[in-house]
Design a protein around this ligand. Structure first.
Ligand SMILES: Cc1ncc(COP(=O)(O)O)c(C=O)c1O
Length: 387
């Protein structure tokens, strides 16, 4: 039988069987609308509020600071546009990093057309923002800084505690997109001075269709969706309770095992990185060697074209990615890899292997066995290689 090794956990994760079990009653028994006054509605409302508490607890927030949305894309749009329009009389300047997910980059571009001014900060060769650059970029009319917690392509973890401190001192709101880090590394919104935070269920073994935006108590935002007034009027639409209950169950599971699982994955990740760099000529690591997500390994290989590498690996039973799943259908080189200084041709030779809850050491060994052969074969026919 064909091997099926999943090494693309950063794109999405399978739903944990414990989460599936927790969700099932919410389809046909506990199916009520949280806005209904009868028993079914009240039972649903109770499950919704319990879920809110569990999710808030994972980032040391209060339950009333969590607004449920459908996706990290929606949460990020809500954060940027919601803060921008609520504060447009105070200022119209927003700072983001140059390696944000496309949903932040595109929201910022849209806001530019609406009369806001965006500063896109450079990152260093590892993909880190320099907090001093934030300090220098903040102006009197700056209303928001948005820097992701961990990058989805190269796994680099940003110095968000320092960035948060600067924003607090300068009285500028600080948003962080934690879609990749939530449930994998600890987050404390108070200690890190975070005002708004995006998290998503399907990146941490919960179902698709549930995500949230943490909004610190007292911060006003303008909603994107208007309607029946759900989620304190900030996100109208009938609540997707089954997905939210699953999101909360996924949080409970992550919370219990966060330290142990992070250590296990870090060990597997480091073995993979070391052996690839040692055993494959002209291979390089993208992202920070230490300050990176425990489950992310991202390389670039000279004289290689990433898509062919992913196809060859797929034929051998390994599901990998050239970058983020969301942008891998585009043929342009990744904006993240260009921002860390790779040339377009180098960026095209990149491979992301992201590990997760069901990754076993023998799967890493299999990757280490086949990857050098794939690279060798592709280099033999590479149009880039100088013969
Ligand atoms: C850092 C980050 N932000 C936002 C998103 C968007 O998530 P979704 O497509 O689930 O809305 C992703 C998805 O890959 C991500 O990795």
């Amino acid at each position: 039988m064909r091997k099926k090794i999943y090494m693309d956990y950063a794109a999405t994760t399978p739903v944990d069987p414990r989460v599936v079990k927790a969700i099932l009653p919410y389809f046909s028994e506990k199916f009520g609308n949280t806005m209904s006054l009868h028993f079914f509605g009240q039972e649903a409302k109770e499950a919704l509020e319990e879920s809110r508490e569990v999710i808030a607890d994972l980032i040391k927030a209060k339950a009333n600071e969590i607004i449920f949305t459908s996706s990290a894309t929606e949460s990020n749009n809500l954060a940027l546009k919601g803060i921008a329009f609520a504060n447009k009389n105070k200022g119209r300047h927003i700072i983001i990093s140059s390696i944000e997910h496309p949903c932040i980059m595109e929201s910022a571009k849209w806001l530019e057309k609406e009369g806001f001014e965006i500063t896109r900060l450079r990152v260093d060769g590892y993909g880190q923002v320099d907090p001093d650059d934030i300090k220098k970029a903040i102006r009197k009319d700056t209303i928001l800084v948005s820097v992701m917690h961990a990058n989805n392509e190269i796994g680099t973890i940003e110095p968000i505690e320092e960035i948060g401190k600067i924003c607090r001192e300068k009285e500028v709101y600080f948003h962080t997109d934690a879609a990749q880090s939530f449930g994998k590394i600890s987050i404390d919104v108070d200690k890190m001075n975070i005002d708004l935070l995006t998290a998503s269920s399907h990146k941490m073994y919960g179902p698709k269709g549930a995500a949230c935006l943490f909004i610190r108590e007292g911060i006003k935002i303008i909603p994107l969706l208007h309607g029946g007034g759900h989620e304190s009027g900030l996100r109208s639409s009938t609540i997707n309770l089954a997905a939210i209950v699953g999101f909360a169950e996924a949080c409970e599971i992550c919370k219990k095992g966060i330290k142990k699982e992070s250590q296990r994955l870090t060990k597997l990740r480091d073995k993979l990185i070391k052996r690839v760099l040692d055993e494959i000529e002209e291979s390089y690591l993208n992202g920070h060697p230490k300050k990176r997500l425990p489950n992310n390994a991202n390389f670039w290989f000279k004289f290689i074209e990433g898509e062919s590498m992913v196809i060859q690996l797929d034929l051998l039973g390994i599901a990998a990615s050239t970058g983020s799943a969301c942008s891998s259908e585009k043929l342009e080189p990744s904006h993240v890899l260009l921002a860390i200084g790779l040339k377009p041709q180098e960026a095209h030779g990149s491979l992301r292997l992201s590990l997760g809850r069901w990754t076993k050491e023998k799967e890493i060994d299999y990757v280490l066995e086949v990857l050098p052969k794939v690279i060798k074969k592709l280099r033999e026919i590479s149009p880039f290689k100088k013969h």
